[in-house]
Design a protein around this ligand. Sequence first.
Ligand code: SF4
Length: 290
Amino acid sequence: MIDNGLSADRARYWRSLDNSRIQCILCAHACIIQNETRGHCNARQNRSGKMILPFYAWISSIAIDPIEKKPLKRFMPGTSTFSVGFWNCTMDCPFCQNWEIAHPPPAYIQKQIIEPDRLIELALASGCPSISFTYSEPLLHIEYVIEAMQIAHSRGLKTILVTNGNALDEPARHILTHTDAANVDLKTADPLIYRKLLGGEIKVIKNFIKVAFELCHIEVTSLAVPGVLDSIAQIEEISSFIASLSTEIPLHITRYHPAWKYTKPPLSPDTIHEMAESARNYLKNVYSYW
Ligand code: SF4
């Protein structure tokens, strides 16, 4: 019977500190969490000096999508993928395109619990050849996702991770070992914007991309946002980094739409086109969307 993640045995990636405090070592925030409080993401909690997972198996959304919507262009093209979302996020991008589930006001959160084995039964019943962990941030629910990925593989399903890449090396290697294909965001080339505006560390994200390249099929998405990623110089820096791993890695340049706390108008299609052309000086597979 499911315990809704409240069992302290279920959570990994944390360590004990003094005075009943704990430290989460899943993402770059490395939150020190006081007793009976939660980390920055609101999804990992200290109960009496041990970590519990208050949103374990809470599913926010399920849909069947074309795999190209993840986006993945060079992994099982032309197929559909059973797509699953959770609640909350490790980062704070003020333009979040999925803010209703990534940064939900408490009244938005609905308690729909689906255990990993039942989730995989639903995926199999859909007829899709793969399952995608997507929409909000799946890394935050790494214990659940790894469990579901293991069951998926035992039942012949491929596994897909769509993520912000904000996980430290050990959890990154654990989850990517069970992942067949990943799409990872690289949101800007500017370390300060990553840290101060988005709540991430570019070194951690780049390491995640490197580990993904070692362990599974990888594609990268860069969302073109005014004031965050809006210049040829930035897209060249991003493309150059990806090319240092392989010029074959696909890069998707997508166009932001005003959402959540961000109201700046989107970049013009011409600007997106110019950014894509610049990226093609480094990479063989560049896709742009507007
Ligand atoms: S996942 Fe990240 S944000 Fe959440 S508690 Fe752990 S270190 Fe903090």
